[in-house]
Design a protein around this ligand. Structure first.
Ligand SMILES: [Zn+2]
Length: 352
């Protein structure tokens, strides 16, 4: 976090942005490519791409911790409670009689929980929706991914010290885990154009003591590519485009743009062409916004009807998947076979 132009008020902006570990990003890209090609072959398989990242409405999604103190677990559970209150999903942390919560281990061969939290990786991130239980996500020998013994959500550094915006971070990652995408990537049309991608003309690269790009002595500002290209993110252009431009979004839910959403990054004002920008965050985003709650109800409404619809779509997608063993005739690439098997297991789970 870092404060910019904060005269008299403390405004906390997100400084270190989320970033998946390398192997995870690669396997997610492969999975997305397979899903797109599967969906284009059979309309029923579109469900795989569009909806199967959602959990079944009305269901219970289990959560477990690895590492962290009981007190830290309690803090996270208390903040996440607002999510269960807002929709038909129940987040179940496995509270036991001694007041402890469910744990998972890297030795697990069966799922201890759908969402598996850890604290020892760098930064904050979460798998999106049912990717958390998709064993095609993450490399088999890595410790992050969708398999039972792999971590699906990370709060790096929370064991040492809770950052001042930790409540937002917890809500943000849990909404990812419930299939939400970033609000800034919901910026269609004028909002994408509000980002200042390039440096001010004649900007002289200038850094602070931490190596962050800052305005030069003449007040000319770095653009987003320069700023995020430096510490602490050190992102190249491709990564910046993937994370900030709308085209990078493959699945998940999007509603009307909501400047109060916890899913909106708190970017500093110089990220935008105008100040105040219509696309800039409003408030501190430390609680679920009304828009976040609306989104949750839309994705996970009360009532058996939507749950049935989800079930019948999952059943149709399951039917449309290629058969488990193909001998001779039509040959699938190895990747396709693995992806189909993983998709089958996620869909079976949705069928309950
Ligand atoms: Zn995020």
């Amino acid at each position: 976090m870092v404060a910019y132009y904060g005269e008299g008020v403390t405004v906390l902006y997100d400084d270190l942005l989320e970033d998946y570990p390398e192997g995870l990003a690669q396997s997610l890209a492969a999975r997305a490519r397979w899903r797109q090609s599967a969906a284009s072959r059979d309309p029923d398989l579109e469900f795989l791409v569009a909806d199967a990242v959602k959990w079944r409405p009305g269901s219970t999604v289990t959560v477990a911790f690895r590492g962290g103190s009981p007190q830290l677990h309690r803090s996270i559970v208390d903040v996440a409670a607002a999510i269960s209150q807002a929709c038909s999903l129940t987040l179940d942390f496995g509270l036991d009689e001694a007041g402890g919560f469910r744990s998972w281990s890297t030795e697990d061969t069966e799922y201890s929980a759908d969402i598996r939290i850890g604290f020892d990786k760098s930064g904050y991130w979460s798998l999106v929706g049912t990717a958390s239980v998709d064993y095609a996500v993450g490399r088999p020998l890595d410790d992050v991914g969708g398999r039972p013994n792999q971590q699906s959500m990370n709060f790096g550094g929370f064991e040492e010290e809770l950052p001042s915006t930790w409540r937002r971070t917890v809500l943000h990652e849990f909404l990812h885990a419930l299939a939400f995408n970033h609000e800034h990537q919901n910026m269609r049309g004028p909002c994408q154009d509000e980002f200042r991608w390039e440096d001010d003309q004649w900007y002289v690269p200038t850094t602070d003591s931490d190596g962050r790009f800052v305005p030069d002595p003449h007040g000319r500002r770095p653009g987003i590519y320069t700023y995020l290209g430096g510490p602490p993110n050190n992102w190249d252009r491709a990564k910046i485009d993937f994370n900030l431009r709308s085209e990078g979004v493959e699945d998940g839910a999007a509603g009307v743009f909501d400047p109060e959403s916890v899913m909106l990054y708190r970017f500093p004002p110089f990220f935008y062409h105008t100040d105040p920008s219509p696309c800039a965050p409003v408030g501190e985003g430390l609680e679920l916004s009304e828009g976040d709650k609306r989104g949750l109800r839309l994705l996970y409404p009360e009532g058996a009807e939507s749950s049935e619809r989800c079930g019948s779509l999952a059943a149709a997608a399951l039917q449309a998947l290629p058969p488990e063993s193909l001998d001779g005739g039509e040959k699938l690439e190895r990747l396709g076979v693995d992806q189909a098997a993983a998709a089958r297991s996620v869909l079976n789970r949705l069928l309950g």
